[in-house]
Ligand binder design. Structure first.
Ligand SMILES: Nc1ncnc2c1ncn2[C@@H]1O[C@H](COP(=O)(O)OP(=O)(O)O)[C@@H](O)[C@H]1O
Ligand SMILES: [Mg+2]
Length: 263
């Protein structure tokens, strides 16, 4: 459904944030994009959603293909219309608007009847939002705000939903609820999902295939089941060490990690 071919992204004409990234998101699957802070994950999502302009970034090389057509030069609006919708990092809600109003903003391209059907679905997916529909979004908990952000994205009837670190800063119980909803979206609505996460363990559990990025490049990819069993992934991303049990990422010297991945 979506393919990136040798994508390079440059900010301010100088900073190479993403280098030679190729990835594929097949229709109806959940694909995870993993990696530590600064790896280039959000930049990949911004390239797909065509919102790099706002940060003086540009696709300097490569092609993006969606549904069989080259969309590398499409505008942000065209991408949303063609069905690619992103839930950005930090949720980016309208904090002074209510839950209902935030959802309505997401539906601006939809017919009223279709929007109301989707709104009902959002409330069935996240029942706690139904109780809070007239409340101001800025006063909701972090988890509820993430649910509103996902709901708002759903209101524009995406074919491909790109989620940027939906678990960030949330308690495990809320994260479990949100990941259950992500799986439901694929199963019940046939949505194709590109999931950016730092929580590798969880992301590898719900996804079919995963890519791991470091320093702007994809350093490893494979089926999520195979990556979960990979000793390097276990050590560096799942915090599991064969000799000592769980260990902290902070214990691992950066250079050693680079050497391992690139060797
Ligand atoms: N607007 C920007 N201007 C300049 N550099 C940026 C900008 N946004 C991100 N970067 C740089 O690009 C790299 C990748 O960032 P990002 O895509 O946000 O990584 P991630 O989402 O994996 O944490 C980082 O080195 C970051 O500092
Ligand atoms: Mg990011």
């Amino acid at each position: 459904m979506l393919a990136l071919q040798n994508i390079k992204v440059v900010y301010g004409g100088a900073i190479e944030a993403v280098r030679d990234v190729s990835l594929t998101v097949p229709s109806g699957q959940i694909v995870a994009l993993l990696g530590s802070n600064g790896a280039g994950k959000s930049t990949v999502l911004k390239a797909i959603s065509a919102i790099l302009d706002a940060e003086d970034g540009e696709i300097a090389k490569g092609e993006i293909v969606f549904g069989g057509s080259a969309v590398t030069k499409s505008s942000a609006d065209q991408m949303v219309r063609s069905g690619v919708v992103q839930v950005p990092e930090g949720r980016k809600l309208f904090p002074s608007l209510t839950v209902d109003e935030n959802l309505t903003v997401g539906a601006h391209l939809q017919e009223k009847a279709s929007a109301e059907e989707t709104r009902a679905y959002v409330f069935s997916l996240f029942p706690c939002l139904a109780e809070r529909r007239t409340q101001i979004a800025g006063y909701l908990s972090g988890g509820e705000q993430q649910m509103v952000a996902i709901g708002r994205a759903l209101m524009s009837k995406p074919k491909l939903l790109a989620l940027d670190e939906p678990s960030l800063g949330l308690a495990p119980k809320v994260v479990a609820e949100i990941f259950a909803a992500i799986q439901k979206l694929r199963e019940e609505r046939g949505l194709t999902i590109l999931l950016v996460e730092q929580n590798a363990s969880l992301a590898l559990t719900v996804s079919h295939y995963a890519y791991i990025m470091e320093n702007g490049r994809v350093v490893l990819d494979g089926s999520s089941a195979s990556l979960k069993k990979n000793p390097d992934v276990q050590q560096f991303y799942l915090g599991i060490n064969a000799d000592q049990g769980r260990m902290s990422m902070r214990d691992i010297k950066h250079y050693k990690r680079r050497k391992r991945w690139l060797s």
